[in-house]
Design a protein around this ligand. Sequence first.
Ligand code: NAP
Length: 326
Amino acid sequence: MKAIVYTEYGSPDVLQLEEVEKPTPKDNEVLIEVHAASINYVDWQVLTGESTFLRLWNGGLRKPRHKILGDDIAGRIESVGAKVTEFQPGDEVFGISTFDAFAEYASVSEKDLAMKPASMTFNEAAAIPYAAMTALQGVRDKGKVKSGQKVLINGASGGVGMFAVQIAKQFGAEVTGVCSTSKLDMVRSIGADHVIDYTQEDFTANGQLFDLIFAIAGQRSIFDYKRALSSDGIYVCVGGSLGQYVQATLVGPLISMTGSKKMGSMFTNPNKKDYAFLSELFEAGKVVPVIDRCFPLSEVPEALRYYGEGKVRGKIVITMKQNGEA
Ligand SMILES: NC(=O)c1ccc[n+]([C@@H]2O[C@H](COP(=O)([O-])OP(=O)(O)OC[C@H]3O[C@@H](n4cnc5c(N)ncnc54)[C@H](OP(=O)(O)O)[C@@H]3O)[C@@H](O)[C@H]2O)c1
């Protein structure tokens, strides 16, 4: 089968389209004919090796141990391992492959997959898993969003942010999306009540207070975020600079112990119940992935170059099939 392979950390130039062995599913895995995949920030980090933690996770401090990239996956099951109970050949599924998706086939544990709703295209399905799961768990679970609350999404124009805006709206929140100038229209178009251009305005210094701040991007001090929280507001950090995330993880719990504001970070925990919830939102037309561009498998290097330019609105999808459907 064809796959995008890399043997050293670096820019998208290190990626090659190569013929590699088709995987054989283990007992608890299914073999998926991949129809579409999508790019997440973690793919960029694993490609460039910029995160030591991810180098270690990938098992290769100096060189990548795992040679294929791509987490989010959507496709049709070709065969199932001996102990698989939930799926059968022909099922259309989506989920997280943990670095195997930029290939024509992937073996994925059945626990990491969900049935794709018939009304969802493979391209849409590939855009959803990691980003939408993170947005849902950040806004609903850790952020405990309630109807009528004022919610600020910092990083509203990216993969996670685009879902977070829509999910917060579904829970009845008044949503402010923070993004750069050229993406304001997109963030408005997915339902944000207000938008703030972070190149023009500092949302932590304009006197507005928020019941929930979901930090997906940026590199701000936790004390800036604290200032922008209402008296019993919640701050949830999932991304942005390493410093921002580490501060939220280490200092956040201390701040939470000493006052009524709750601050901290979270790590996404993909699970089938939440896939079902996201599928319901999709089928009801309440959450729709914004797909900036689609690239064929052979153009993954171009896709990642484009991603690295920071111009993407929502998600980039990689299509293994001509129209992502066949
Ligand atoms: N903790 C977890 O379990 C978990 C899970 C998934 C993702 N994440 C993290 O979440 C973050 C976002 O992931 P993603 O896949 O959504 O990435 P993405 O699609 O690349 O989106 C990132 C967005 O951040 C915006 N941005 C950059 N600088 C900003 C700033 N100073 N203020 C506000 N927005 C800014 C960019 O657009 P503009 O042009 O508008 O700036 C971009 O749209 C990453 O740090 C990733 O590691 C964490």
